[in-house]
Design a protein around this ligand. Structure first.
Ligand SMILES: Nc1ncnc2c1ncn2[C@@H]1O[C@H](COP(=O)(O)OP(=O)(O)OP(=O)(O)O)[C@@H](O)[C@H]1O
Ligand SMILES: [Mg+2]
Length: 237
């Protein structure tokens, strides 16, 4: 479904990603882990078309994404839950979720789409008229995920959904992501600093260090081989 083929992303003189190759099969769940500044969000920017490729290419469903605008990529079925959530604070929960409709690839059953998000996150159903800016951090994260879902994606990009949240709410959010994958066959690419949880959920993982993929494979394998701890100790172990 997704093939990232030897991409390089540069910001001026800084190389954020170098020759990164990554693959995700339809219905797969891939985790991308790595320390702060490793280039995880830059990979998402490349997928969304908000950071230009200096080299390489990205294929989605066999189609080269080069030259496609962000909204065109959304229509193809790439949904994004941004780092830091970015909900529209002065809009209600329902209005935030309805913003996702603009990204929907075809004429979706909007009511069904909203009902699905409310069934996944009952807390949002109870607060549907509440201004998103007055929600707790965890609830705002649910809105951010819900807004991506009303865009009817087939691939969901999640950028550190646990950031700044209490453990209980993180568990709830990870459980929902797991359900999306298991019950809806959603393809998921998850960026996380909570490596343990991410590795438990995913089928395969990639380790990114200073813009380079240093390991990839099944989660247990990466942990056993010490790749994960090395990625977070700057390779000093
Ligand atoms: N717009 C930009 N202009 C210049 N440099 C940037 C820009 N965006 C990111 N960078 C740099 O690229 C590198 C990778 O950043 P990126 O945000 O992709 O890392 P990350 O792995 O997502 O980190 P974090 O875990 O802190 O979110 C960093 O050194 C960062 O300073
Ligand atoms: Mg980031």
């Amino acid at each position: 479904m997704l093939k990232v083929d030897n991409i390089t992303v540069r910001y001026g003189g800084l190389t954020a990603l170098r020759d990164v190759t990554l693959e995700l099969d339809e219905g797969g769940f891939v985790a991308l882990v790595g320390a702060n500044g490793a280039g995880k969000s830059s990979l998402f920017k490349a997928l969304l078309g908000t950071a230009p490729l200096a080299a390489g290419r990205i294929m989605f469903d066999g189609r080269d994404l080069a030259g496609l605008q962000t909204h065109e990529r959304a229509r193809l079925g790439i949904g994004h839950v941004p780092e830091g959530r970015h909900v529209f604070k002065n809009m209600s929960v329902s209005e935030n979720l309805m913003c996702g409709f603009f990204a929907a690839s075809r004429t979706v059953d909007r009511q069904r789409s909203l009902d699905f998000v409310f069934s996944l996150f009952p807390r949002l159903a109870e607060r549907r008229e509440q201004l998103a800016g007055t929600l707790s951090g965890g609830e705002q994260q649910m809105v951010a995920i819900g807004r991506a879902l009303t865009g009817n994606p087939r691939l969901l990009l999640l950028d550190e959904p646990s950031m700044g949240l209490a453990p209980a709410i993180v568990d709830e959010i990870f459980a929902c992501i797991g359900r999306l994958h298991d019950e809806q066959s959603m393809s998921v690419l998850l960026v996380e600093q909570r490596v343990g949880e991410a590795l438990e959920l995913c089928d395969r993982a990639y380790v990114l260090q200073s813009g380079v993929v240093t390991a990839e494979g099944a989660a247990e394998e990466l942990t056993r081989m010490g790749h994960i701890s090395r990625a977070y100790s700057g390779g000093l172990e």
